[in-house]
Design a protein around this ligand. Structure first.
Ligand SMILES: NC(=O)c1ccc[n+]([C@@H]2O[C@H](COP(=O)([O-])OP(=O)(O)OC[C@H]3O[C@@H](n4cnc5c(N)ncnc54)[C@H](OP(=O)(O)O)[C@@H]3O)[C@@H](O)[C@H]2O)c1
Length: 254
């Protein structure tokens, strides 16, 4: 049955940045499709709440407090998942942040922070979890980039560079690990309603500019990523690797 292709029953997923926003929503979506889900972020209370909500779907979930920019935290996180849930079938590299402003006023510290949180984290987690996937000759890595990894935007140079890096990391790893049956794809959302975009969307003028660029004429919600993440995590996408799936209300079709 075609619908079985989307089942994640008995699979184990690890989602970074799952304490709130898109990561939390994707972690819950994966659990609704049957996966056991380990969830990580730096804020214990957030990540414990996410894990409890996932357990209510009748699957296992473990909360892990980890800063995914730190190699030792990433090693501990992956070890904990392997010890407690025995394997990692799906890795969602979602943790990320945004620091904007005019390029000439930006600091090199902010530049480094954006690259560390948005790009180095995906490098570290892919390496730690990917080693296990390569050994098992199966796995699905889903990187959360952004349409700003594909298109330029003023006031966002470091963010665009970091998310563009995520796109190229996706493509390069897809090439390197295809022979091990490990697929690597990326999601590229446009503006979604989360804490990250709250202040931006509270400004009616800015919100209207954003809306004017979205053919489907509404701001995205975290749940708009559910189908896409389950698809890329499931057997349904076994012949797809190195791709960037824009979940953007049509923004990138312009
Ligand atoms: N919202 C959008 O419009 C949008 C559009 C395109 C792409 N994206 C991307 O989607 C991802 C999620 O965004 P969001 O809007 O859901 O953001 P959010 O609401 O700010 O949530 C980010 C999550 O990542 C965690 N996190 C941040 N830094 C971390 C670190 N160093 N180690 C571990 N966890 C960390 C945060 O928890 P702690 O702070 O507790 O660690 C939080 O749980 C990001 O990569 C973002 O760039 C978002």
């Amino acid at each position: 049955m075609c619908v079985e292709l989307f089942s994640l029953r008995d699979k184990v997923a690890l989602v970074t940045g799952a304490g709130k926003g898109l990561g939390k929503s994707m972690a819950i979506a994966l659990s609704e499709s049957g996966a056991h889900v380990a969830v990580a972020s730096r804020t214990r209370s957030d990540i414990e709440t996410t894990a409890h909500e996932i357990q209510e779907n009748g699957v296992k979930s473990i909360p892990i407090v980890a800063d995914v920019t730190r190699q030792e935290d990433v090693s501990m996180m992956v070890e904990k998942v392997l010890t407690e849930l025995k394997t990692i079938d799906i890795l969602v590299n979602n943790a990320g942040t945004f620091l904007g402003g005019p390029f000439l006023e930006s600091s090199v510290e902010d530049w480094h922070k954006m690259l560390e949180v948005n790009l180095t984290s995906a490098y570290l987690c892919s390496k730690a979890a990917g080693r296990h996937m390569v050994e098992r000759q199966q796995g699905k890595i889903i990187n959360v980039s952004s349409v700003l990894g594909l298109f330029g935007a003023g006031g966002s140079a470091a963010y665009c560079a970091s998310k563009g890096g995520v796109v190229q990391l996706t493509r390069a790893l897809a090439m390197e690990w295809a022979k091990y049956h490990v697929t690597v794809n990326a999601l590229a959302p446009y503006t979604m309603e989360t804490e990250l975009t709250k202040s931006l969307l509270e400004d009616e003028k800015v919100k209207n500019v954003i809306l004017s660029r979205i053919p489907l004429k509404r701001i995205g919600k975290p749940a708009d990523l559910s189908g896409a993440v389950v698809f890329l995590a499931s057997k349904a996408s076994d012949y797809i690797t190195g791709q960037v799936l824009c979940v953007d209300g049509g923004f990138s079709a312009h």
